[in-house]
Design a binder for this molecule. Structure first.
Ligand code: HEM
Length: 366
């Protein structure tokens, strides 16, 4: 049913004006509504007095995303790390000035890949007793794994987390961060305020990201770096440079980077980006990082050789790989509120790519 709906939506409707069809009332589900675009998008000091840092407690979920972890530690997201689509979009806009459509695409992908889109809940960490299995076990018999679960979203060649096959893919790793500091010490810019070689630049990321790929290509026998993951991983390097930078100067000091990556807290005297950062802006920064040492999408074979992927002849290869090939095809069998939410989220993911929404076609229960 969803396949047909999405097909006709993509042919007949503009993404921005489409209203998902009304679902029959079914009890317990939560209808997901994309929040309005905020007018409050200028520079501003973060956190405000209402959002002090509070350490996560034993039951609180934290995961592989330093941006979401920081927002939860400061109460911009629920402190327990169990969050809704709307809460993510609002919090990343408020805390980091991430633009609305980019935020909606990431939050939509998170919800469909690793959350419960019927209840509008996803864990920013691992599996949680607060998030039950989807209706009719539509994505298999297990509860959603949260953003910490490897595959679909969390993937290989992260900056401060190991690949799942060789170590801890969820928590901050000192040894990897030390590498990033070494590259900063070698390629960073000088600052009279924070010190020589203390400014983290594009050049730092160009060298560090390439080194991380070379390391993992050798160490991780089952490395997967398909075009969706490759794009996300260079995008995340661009997030560090652009969303963690102090909005007052637009530059990122090593000290500020450490506050976010290691301590998962906003630094003192920190201002968010002065204008919203959208997909075009982040993609351009990510491309600049990648092009210094181009790496093509692929995966290791059984002999540890890196085999390149065939190009995908589609509207946008990263969009297609993530939203079509990585999301479970069984979502097409959804009914009622879940079907309605799936349509809303699939449209939200496609929007910033300028692509027609395409129905999920990936493996179920993985
Ligand atoms: C909008 C919703 C967001 C979602 C759903 C999300 C989700 C994720 C996930 C699942 C990962 C793990 C990927 C991996 O395997 O490396 C990740 C990594 C990352 N995220 Fe987010 N994220 C979001 C927003 C943000 C924001 C606003 C920032 C920065 C301000 C950010 C910064 C990062 C960074 C730097 C990494 C890479 C960490 C590393 O490689 O060690 N994210 N995110």
């Amino acid at each position: 049913m969803l396949q047909m709906l999405l097909h006709s939506l993509s042919l007949l409707c503009s993404l921005t004006t489409t209203t998902p069809p009304q679902a029959p009332a079914d009890s317990g589900g939560v209808i997901i509504v994309i929040p309005p675009v905020s007018n409050d998008t200028g520079i501003k000091q973060i956190p405000d007095a209402a959002h002090p840092w509070v350490a996560p407690g034993p039951g609180d979920q934290r995961g592989p995303c330093p941006g979401l972890n920081t927002l939860a530690n400061h109460g911009y997201l629920p402190h327990n790390g169990i969050v809704s689509f709307e809460q993510i979009v609002t919090a990343v806009g408020e805390g980091f000035n991430m633009e609305h459509d980019l935020a909606s695409a990431l939050a939509g992908f998170a919800m469909l890949a690793r959350g419960n889109a019927y209840l509008d809940l996803v864990s920013i960490g691992g599996e949680s007793p607060l998030i039950p299995v989807l209706p009719d076990e539509i994505d298999g018999p297990n509860p959603p794994g949260g953003l910490a679960k490897h595959g679909r979203f969390e993937g290989d060649v992260s900056m401060t987390r190991q690949d799942a096959a060789i170590g801890d893919n969820v928590n901050f790793q000192d040894s990897l961060y030390d590498e990033l500091l070494l590259y900063t010490g070698q390629f960073g810019d000088d600052s009279p305020v924070t010190g020589n070689r203390s400014i983290v630049t594009t050049k730092v990321m160009q060298e560090f990201k390439y080194a991380r790929f070379l390391e993992d290509q050798v160490r991780n026998k089952v490395l997967e770096y398909h075009v969706g993951r490759l794009s996300l991983s260079y995008g995340e390097a661009a997030f560090v440079l652009n969303f963690f930078a102090n909005g007052t100067t637009g530059t990122l000091s090593q000290q500020t980077m450490g506050s976010f990556l290691r301590n998962q807290t906003f630094p003192d005297n920190w201002f968010r980006k002065s204008s919203p950062g959208n997909l075009t802006f982040i993609a351009s920064s990510a491309t600049e990082i990648l092009l210094a040492h181009p790496v093509a999408a692929g995966a290791n074979n059984a002999n540890g050789s890196y085999i390149l992927d065939a190009p995908l002849p589609v509207c946008s290869a990263p969009y297609y790989n993530l939203a079509v090939q990585n999301l479970p095809a069984s979502l097409n069998n959804a009914t009622g509120i879940l079907a309605r939410n799936v349509i809303t989220l699939v449209q939200a993911i496609a929007k910033p790519f300028g692509c027609p929404p395409v129905a999920p076609a990936g493996p179920v229960g993985v």
